[in-house]
Design a binder for this molecule. Structure first.
Ligand SMILES: [Zn+2]
Ligand SMILES: [Zn+2]
Length: 269
């Protein structure tokens, strides 16, 4: 079975730091590349890693806070300069298209490819993308603005004994950022191979975490434990915490198989 690969382009939160850029990831599944969030600088990290964009057709945006989408205009503009011809599909709250169209008209005038926005309802759990081998579902989250995570399924058609076909799920990846502690998501992400859950703060910053509707590392681990996931990946770290090992120290006693997201690294699962 081929491995899925998750590359971290940015694992910081709202304020970029010397070491962290805002949220962005690339998921390689079944020979396709999916971008999840596109914080400022995502395309620069892609360049540093030598990532090719030929297989990138789909970008999923969790919510419209700047640290999750301000890298889009630069990336889309660069792709036009590279004379891309394949369309790019962007899945996001409908406000993103309203906000971006004037910028696209100005900065990407005569764009070499088509940009297609797909409006999603972050409050509802629904399938928003499906092809022969990958399906993507929204995960409603609790945050200051309408926000959803994304659940990626690798599925394959297999022939049954009676000659009919059924879909078999082989791998699942859940992206849950940004959100406050939300046990409601547990049922939906139960048993996923890899869970990325935001861990913006530490427990001694819990008040701040609740105020800004984020989670602590301990809360992320509680969700991973309740959902019995394979592995927990912590990220969306606050600029206030320089030593990221503190997040791990807090998560591991609750959920042992926890790891820290690190930019420019790839996790296989
Ligand atoms: Zn954020
Ligand atoms: Zn946010």
């Amino acid at each position: 079975m081929r491995e899925a690969r998750l590359t971290i382009l940015g694992c910081g939160s709202a304020k970029p730091t010397k070491t962290n850029r805002p949220a962005s990831q690339l998921l390689d599944m079944c020979d396709k590349t999916f971008m999840i969030d596109c914080g400022e600088g995502a395309q620069l990290t892609m360049q540093q890693l030598g990532v090719r964009t030929a297989r990138l057709y789909n970008i999923f945006i969790s919510h419209l806070h700047g640290d999750h989408c301000l890298g889009l205009i630069g990336l889309l503009s660069t792709l036009s300069m590279l004379r891309r011809t394949q369309p790019m599909h962007i899945y996001a709250h409908s406000d993103l298209e309203k906000l971006m169209r004037p910028w696209l008209d100005y900065y990407c005038e005569g764009c070499s490819y088509e940009i297609i926005f797909h409006a999603i309802n972050p409050r509802k759990r629904e399938t928003i993308y499906e092809d022969r081998t990958v399906r993507v579902e929204t995960i409603p989250l609790k945050h200051g603005v309408p926000t959803c995570g994304f659940l990626f399924y690798e599925t394959h058609r297999v022939m049954q004994e009676d000659g009919t076909f059924a879909h078999e799920t082989r791998k699942r990846y859940a992206y849950c950022s940004d959100t406050q502690y939300n046990p409601k998501m547990v049922e939906q992400i139960e048993g996923v191979d890899l869970l990325y859950h935001e861990s913006t703060f530490l427990s001694d910053m819990a008040e701040r975490s609740r105020e800004f509707k984020h989670s602590t590392a301990r809360e992320a681990a509680e969700i991973a434990k309740a959902a019995q996931v394979g592995q927990l990946l912590l990220g969306h770290f606050s600029a206030r915490v320089e030593d990221h090992s503190l997040f791990l120290e807090e998560a591991k006693p609750v959920f042992e198989n926890s790891v820290l997201a690190e930019e420019k690294t790839t996790i296989t699962f």
